[in-house]
Design a protein around this ligand. Sequence first.
Ligand SMILES: *Cc1c(COP(=O)(O)O)cnc(C)c1O
Length: 418
Amino acid sequence: MKKYVVRCLDCGEIHSSHSLNCKNGDDALLRTDYSTKQLYPADLPGIWRYRDWLPVHDIIEEGSGRTITYRSEGFAAKYGLEDLWIAFNGYWPERDARMMTCTFKDLESFPTMQLIRELNEERIMVVASAGNTARAFAHTCTITGQPLLLVVPGASAHRLWTTHGQNPSVCLVTVDGDYFDAISLAGKIASREGFVNEGGAKNIARRDGMATVMLDATLAMDTLPDHYFQAVGSGTGGISAWEASMRLVGDGRFGSKLPVLHLGQNHPCAPLYSLRSGTDAVDKSCPEGMYDDVLYNRKPLYAIKGGVKDALDGTGGLMYAISNDEATYSQSLFERTEGIDINPAAAVAVAALVQAVEEGNVWHEDRIVLNITGGGQKRLMQDHPVRLIEPSAGVSADDPDAEDRILKIVEEFFGVRL
Ligand SMILES: *Cc1c(COP(=O)(O)O)cnc(C)c1O
């Protein structure tokens, strides 16, 4: 029997494992259907512990990071929460958390690259990102040697640090423009011969990798939680948590009620909050002035079948709009009470939990999972020397020849003809 099939959520037709869209043109996500319906963790390092529900057969040994779920004491006590669990994604050796790029994007990049390897993909993968995704893919490709083209807005280049030395498989091009200029350029390149697009939220390997946050939390607690909190940009993590919950309900041992999704965005740059509430919560200046611009995505997968809307509807979920002041306050309170630095995006989730407590959306005795999507970067830099990845070149978004220029840069970098 096959380990899994990939199915369109609309027409139900089976697709190949690297498909991103329904071949019949349905506006729907594809989803993995695993033949194993019960989750038994494997005796493997890191995320590979959940290999049964990852769309891969083999593992990348060094990709050893995974979510670490533990019960909160300090922060929980501040708000009288009796059953709060932290799903920590990042670096915190005292708790055996070893995600070397310090965010849960590592959970996406390793299964994505492993799937690519198993498909004998030789084309160059293209990733456009405002930072954390690019850092995670660069890390993975340094380990696997898979060729990678990163297209990153110049203003985000400071996020591209690495614990590795100079790397012949990662070509970094900075774009003088915003994230959307970078995405649009990367999209044009990816559609050319010789390149493959990683696909974002539409990629089953990315979603199933992120879904391991819920798997880890549920195994640690021995039941599904009542509530799940996360800060979102594209919403991929929210969709993944919902998909994992449905698989865990199907397992039969962890409860039958889907956890309520509580998803936070940063006001006034909160497109998903806008779509949900029907209010206009997106300022013209966005993403300028955001607490963390990784939470800004102008085209999140909201209305598509199986997207954020369905995930919220299916769980009775709620969206939150968090101000910078709320995020600042929550970040420092969390860091003080839990004893680890967290990524600014994660602080938005903490603040959403605070709002939920204040508004009575959760009860003190409820079992709650708070996804700390990134943390321990300061902690990591105490232990490991890091350096910035050197851009191979920069292009201007206004340059009509930008695409051709990038192709030349790539040909030179990898010594290939495209
Ligand atoms: C990407 C990212 C998010 C948002 O994740 P999505 O589920 O893709 O919207 C939150 N926090 C951190 C640290 C991130 O890097």
